[in-house]
Design a protein around this ligand. Structure first.
Ligand SMILES: *Cc1c(COP(=O)(O)O)cnc(C)c1O
Length: 394
């Protein structure tokens, strides 16, 4: 691609209508008309291309798909109603009863539930392994393994998985590697370039970037998406609405710019937290002593906007930090221009058993911050108010 990444984010994937509008048009229409019965028949049979019905063809949604595909360096994208419906569509399109999946332990909690509690009812078995333990991934491979699923950096501990190594492992066993690229986005990491077969997105997070809409997408090669995923979307209908697609298009315009700014803010905050007397540990792959710092520096353009840290004193101390903030939004959402703060052990990972949480390294004293674009000094002041109260009797 000859264009630069910022230009792609602003202009790729869309053509003006004859009205010559400067901002993308929204097409809030359920269906499209045909000039004749013959044209209708040709469209339905696939002989002629063109819109039919917005469950599976809509110009605004297509513009979002085309732009995201260009940004991820993929041939084709398929937009969905949410990040979870992207992962569901992926599994329904590519897996069948009897297949086996290997999934990282460090994925979004609902993704874990989808594999462990929903797909298991349809004869798809999933094993969970540590994202950074390549030997464990290799040991979990079975003849029926068809998919490896990983999220990197992981949530909330910012562990970095080696995409190239996992892709090689998958391909040696006739399986596909799927990477949930929610935390970095195409602005910081392009999994397809490291050998991944499919990228999945929750557009709800950084792609929107301002906490407005729920949506998702899959990006990959046109053959796989058209042959396996699109028929499921067309038949089952977990479709993105045209209005949401338009909001996400606006989000993509500033994605590269925002991700650079989020990364800069988070790096500065991570360094500050590390010096703070109330903080016992900081999780951020940009810190030189992060266990996968070198891999993150190679695989990503920057280290992203999510910082987690631990305070001594377990859950009561972590809750005191959160409850003494006045500006940060207490919410499980992330990837917003406004900073958010979360206690993973009692929210996003609250349904995981305490033993399993400990095994995953998600301790009671852990706090996750999605670092927004407010003035850094204001974020620090707000956290400091909480941190200075985190001790006993605070
Ligand atoms: C939020 C999230 C999802 C699910 O997306 P929804 O849009 O909420 O359905 C999947 N993966 C990751 C990493 C997420 O953060």
């Amino acid at each position: 691609m000859s264009r630069g990444d910022d230009t792609t984010g602003l202009r790729a994937g869309w053509e003006r209508t004859p009205e010559q509008e400067h901002s993308e048009a929204i097409f809030p229409t359920s269906s499209f008309t045909f000039r004749s019965a013959a044209e209708a028949a040709a469209r339905f049979s696939g002989e002629a291309s063109g819109n039919i019905y917005s469950r599976f063809t809509n110009p605004t949604v297509r513009a979002f798909e085309n732009r995201l595909a260009a940004m991820e360096g993929g041939e084709r994208a398929i937009a969905t109603a949410s990040g979870m419906s992207a992962i569901l569509s992926l599994c329904m399109g590519l897996l069948r009863s009897g297949d086996h999946v290997i999934c990282s332990l460090g994925v979004f909690g609902t993704t874990t539930s989808l594999f462990a509690n929903q797909l298991s009812r349809f004869g798809v078995e999933t094993d969970f392994v540590a994202p950074t333990d390549l030997d464990a991934w290799a040991a979990a491979i079975r003849p029926e393994t068809r998919m490896l699923f990983v999220e990197t950096p992981s949530n909330p501990l910012t562990e970095i998985a080696d995409i190239r190594a996992l892709a090689d492992l998958a391909h040696a066993h006739d399986a596909r590697l799927v990477v949930d690229n929610c935390f970095c986005t195409s602005a910081l990491q392009r999994p397809l370039e490291w050998g991944a077969d499919i990228v999945s997105h929750s557009a709800t997070k950084y792609l929107d970037g301002q906490g407005r809409c729920v949506g998702g997408a899959l990006v990959g090669d046109a053959d796989t998406l058209d042959r396996f995923i699109f028929p499921f979307l067309r038949t089952a209908g977990p479709t993105m609405s045209p209005f949401n697609a338009w909001v996400f298009l606006k989000g993509l315009e500033t994605l590269n710019l925002r991700m650079r700014a989020h990364s800069e803010q988070a790096a500065a905050l991570a360094g500050w937290l590390r010096e703070h007397p109330a903080v016992t540990r900081v999780f951020y792959s940009g810190l030189p002593d992060h266990p996968q710092h070198a891999l993150a520096a190679r695989q990503q353009k920057a280290f992203g906007g999510i910082v987690s840290f631990e305070v001594a004193g377990g859950r009561p101390a972590a809750w005191r930090v959160i409850d003494h903030t006045r500006m940060l939004s207490i919410t499980a959402n992330l990837g917003d221009t406004r900073s958010t703060i979360t206690h993973p052990a009692s929210t996003t990972h609250g349904r995981v058993s305490a033993d399993q949480r400990e095994a995953m390294g998600i301790h009671e004293g852990l706090v996750r911050v999605s670092v927004g674009l407010e003035d850094l000094a204001d974020i620090q002041t707000d956290l400091d108010r909480g941190l200075s109260q985190s001790g006993e009797g605070g």
